[in-house]
Design a protein around this ligand. Structure first.
Ligand code: SAH
Length: 397
């Protein structure tokens, strides 16, 4: 091991988080790097005394200078390594997503599956991959081969069109890694059908992290007049209609997403006259509705990430407060607010405080009846609390 040429040596005392299984090594923890590793290449991580701790992917451009692949200096990072890790991740899903619940599953959830920088979603027979870090980029061919072999899918699409790649010094990248460019992929979730545009849709095409929350909120929508804000392709709207909501108004700024939402109502044999679709900015639409004195029995708020990191938390908090306050004002007594944040920079505790502040300012007395989180196929490694990003509250007025 002494002979390993590419080595990252930590400053004294900075091995603690590595030994605690946290995968990130920040630049400030690094004493020196030896052997001139290239971007994404594996380096042997040593503590200040020279003791080898394990292998990491080197990210020269990022303030997260390296991400641990393992805590075992004797285990090389190679084809077998990726095959084993991906196989284990796929097997874990079998235990937590019962067959029949869906054929749209996150198979690999990056750090929480021991594969920093790699996200893999399965939509029926199509895989969608996000390669987010220099380390995952370095192994892209091996990873793609392993995925094809382990899942047997013929079509693998890449959707690495995400901002975080810039921090790694990587340009956005999209395209087809295996097979032909697919058209919309039909999936089923809890017995409902959806079409997923894996090539042009948002993220990898669908917000599968909300699957169980759609089921829960949908069930509560029975008999209610529902307002679904930030509806994307109408996930919550379809569930609400399938559970006999009285009517559903859905709002999103994306006309394409709304068009797909309309198709989803038809695809599931639901009544189009119960569904109204509004293209617009939720912040403005909610104000207009308030001024017009409109009211609902349920309001759903599932906005995009306002705060990707803690640095943007304060500005984001204003955004969350604003929409939640307006949401409360549009609710009738007895109404239900289903409110979410997928911002990594906003903790569950802070989110609850923001919603509490919004209720206070709206002059409503309200209580949490359930807290919600990301689906079981988006696990959170106990040593990596940053993996918990989605929080939701069902609040009764
Ligand atoms: N609830 C959805 C996912 C919502 S994702 C589901 O279950 O599938 C967030 C959505 O907010 C995206 O569709 C995006 O187009 C939309 N969006 C972002 N900013 C917006 C704004 N200011 N007004 C309206 N929609 C917005």
């Amino acid at each position: 091991m002494k002979n390993s040429k590419k080595t990252l040596i930590l400053k004294p005392g900075r091995d603690r988080s590595v030994l605690g299984r946290h995968p990130w090594i920040f630049s400030g923890a690094v004493d020196r790097v030896e052997g001139h590793p290239e971007s994404g290449e594996s380096v042997l991580v040593r503590d200040a005394s020279g003791l080898a701790l394990g292998w990491a992917a080197f990210s020269p451009a990022s303030s997260i200078r390296a991400r641990m692949w393992n805590l075992n200096p004797a285990e090389t990072v190679d084809k077998d390594y990726f095959e084993n890790r991906i196989r284990q991740a796929i097997e874990r899903r079998r235990a937590v997503v019962p067959p029949g619940e869906t054929d749209a599953v996150r198979l690999v959830h990056a750090e929480s599956d021991g594969l920093p920088g790699l996200v893999v979603d399965r939509y029926a027979d199509v895989l969608v991959v996000q390669i987010l870090t220099a380390g995952a980029e370095f192994w892209r061919e091996i990873i793609t081969d392993s995925l094809a072999k382990l899942t047997g899918t013929q079509v693998i699409v890449e959707r690495s069109d995400v901002d975080v790649r810039q921090l790694e010094g990587l340009a956005a990248r999209t395209g087809v890694l295996r097979g032909q460019t697919p058209g919309p992929v039909e999936i089923q979730e809890n017995g409902l059908r959806f079409q997923v545009d894996v090539v042009n849709g948002q993220k990898t095409g669908f917000y599968i992290d909300q699957r169980r929350n759609r089921q829960r909120v949908g069930a509560l929508a029975a008999g209610r007049k529902v307002l679904n804000c930030f509806c994307y392709t109408g996930g919550f709207s379809v569930y609400a209609l399938a559970h006999e909501a009285k009517s559903v108004v859905s709002v999103d700024s994306s006309g394409e997403a709304l068009a797909m939402g309309r198709r989803h109502v038809a695809l599931n044999g639901l009544l189009p006259e119960k569904a109204e679709w509004i293209e617009g900015d939720v912040f403005k639409v909610l104000r207009t509705m308030r001024d017009e004195g409109r009211s609902f029995d349920m309001v759903i708020l599932d906005p995009p990430k306002f705060a990707p990191t803690a640095a943007q938390a304060e500005r984001a908090a204003h955004g969350y407060k604003d929409i939640n306050l307006l949401g409360f004002k549009l609710l009738r007594p007895g109404g239900i607010l289903a409110t979410f944040s997928c911002s990594g920079g906003i903790s569950a505790e802070l989110f609850q405080k923001i919603v509490a502040g919004a209720a206070l300012d709206a002059g409503v007395d309200a209580r949490i009846v359930q807290t919600l989180t990301q689906g079981a196929d988006h696990p959170v490694a106990l040593s990596f609390p940053e993996g918990a990003y989605l929080k939701g509250l069902i609040v009764q007025v």
